[in-house]
Design a protein. Structure first.
Length: 398
């Protein structure tokens, strides 16, 4: 049997960040994940705004951000016209690169075991983790960072309550210009014309020399629209966004089109001795609202900077200790904001009631005014060093 203080189950963004932070703090930890290298996966593909602030608090920002591409400026368009061009701090990065860059920062003092956890048992004192090869780990605390996986939940009596099935669907693909070397903007966010298009926005942003596209829609997965998109993505986009060509010039979609739905769910019965849930293992977020990484970094930052060092200072790992993490005001505020944003953006995009129609127009006029002010004040325009959560988030989701 191996002994450690912290057994981290899952080496995605949350688990890898936790392993790197704990290792740097000199806290004995073991990370367990089946993949030696995190595989390509359609997930978060850019970081910005408040995510950067929280990432900085983990002490891992510099190396992580070196693997990203900053856009510097984003054009925002509606009705086929650019309504504003504004400074932007969005850092594009494919999810596997992000996780693998985080993993590269895990000190050698943290052992990583490339296998699956198949069994867990928890108590007020020590926790037991059994690996697929039969080996057992004894730890003071389990950090459950196994994302969307349901495999260990029944062993801990954890429930999963879906609060919105297929809340939004993300399409991820590359875009290349036709008849010119580059697209004419550093990054572009395009809002749809009609709420009946059931679309939140299209965002085009650089990752290395590639122009990456994320398109966020609210449609059931059996909607024939997805087949049409796969068969002729350019025509489907033009039909939805007449005037897009005015910004992009000729373009085509290159490489595979990845399409992925996201459910909003919360975990039930999570307040237990000996184990804490972080990231998607605790609750999911809406990709269109772009708050998943805020939740991951907030969970892990609070856990590793504040709670774990306090808990390890005294004997035992009872529920009273664990509750401190779930009741942490920074975490609860972030979770509540993430959920509210998911519903707000959905209504703002597709609800047709008079209030939401008015809000859509107010947003459009606000952005137009912002754009005109920006033109007037162009020489003074700067990227703010830190943005309030609401403002930066609006920037990210358009
Ligand atoms: C399509 C899509 C688009 C998104 N876009 C955005 C965005 O634009 N902005 C944003 O902020 N967020 C976005 N998100 C959300 C964000 O990507 C997630 O919140 C984040 O990736 C969650 O990280 P995690 O570490 O919790 O889970 P994961 O990265 O899924 O990691 C889970 C890990 O657990 C491991 N594991 C599972 N079972 C076991 C086991 N039994 N034993 C050992 N290991 C195990 C897996 O191998 C995996 O490595 C998006 C999500 C989706 C689905």
């Amino acid at each position: 049997m191996r002994y450690t203080d912290i057994a981290i189950i899952g080496g995605g963004l949350a688990g890898s960040t936790a392993a790197a932070m704990l290792g740097r703090a000199g806290i004995p930890a073991i990370l367990i994940d089946p993949h030696t290298t995190y595989p390509p996966d359609l997930r978060c593909e850019k970081l910005g705004g408040t995510q950067l602030e929280t990432l900085r608090k983990t002490g891992l920002a510099d190396e992580t951000l070196r693997a990203t591409t900053i856009d510097g400026e984003v054009w925002e368009a509606r009705f086929g016209y650019v309504v504003t061009k504004k400074p932007s701090d969005q850092h594009g990065v494919m999810y596997d690169t992000l996780v693998n860059t985080m993993r590269a920062q895990i000190p050698s003092s943290v052992e990583t075991l490339y296998t699956k956890v198949v069994e867990v048992a928890t108590s007020d004192e020590r926790q037991r983790v059994v690996l697929a090869d039969g080996e057992t780990i004894s730890a003071r605390l389990i950090v459950l960072a196994n994302g969307l996986s349901i495999s260990l939940r029944h062993l801990l009596g954890l429930g999963r309550r879906i609060i919105s099935e297929c809340h939004s669907v993300t399409l991820g693909f590359d875009v290349v210009p036709v008849d010119r070397p580059t697209l004419p903007f550093p990054a572009l966010t395009y809002w749809p014309k009609r709420s009946t298009d059931r679309m939140a926005y299209l965002t085009l942003f650089p990752i290395g020399n590639t122009m990456r596209a994320n398109m966020m829609v609210y449609r059931p997965m059996d909607d024939i629209w997805f087949r049409e998109f796969r068969e002729n993505p350019e025509a489907t986009m033009r039909a939805m966004m007449p005037g897009l060509d005015r910004m992009t010039g000729g373009f085509k979609v290159s490489g595979p089109i990845k399409i992925r739905p996201a459910d909003l769910y919360v975990t039930e019965n999570y307040r237990q001795a000996g184990v804490v849930l972080v990231g998607d293992a605790f609750a999911t977020s809406c990709p269109a609202a772009g708050t998943g990484t805020d939740k991951v970094f907030t969970d892990v930052e609070r856990l590793c900077n504040v709670h774990i060092p306090n808990w390890l200072a005294t004997e035992g790992m009872d529920r009273i200790k664990i509750d401190m993490f779930y009741d942490d005001p920074v975490k609860t505020e972030c979770d509540a904001w993430s959920t509210a944003k998911a519903w707000h953006l959905r209504s703002l995009s597709i609800d047709n009631g008079p209030t939401w129609r008015a809000r859509r127009w107010a947003r459009f006029i606000g952005r137009l005014a912002q754009g005109m002010m920006g033109l007037k004040n162009k020489p003074e325009t700067r990227i703010p060093a830190s943005l309030p959560r609401q403002e930066s988030h609006e920037g990210r989701i358009a």
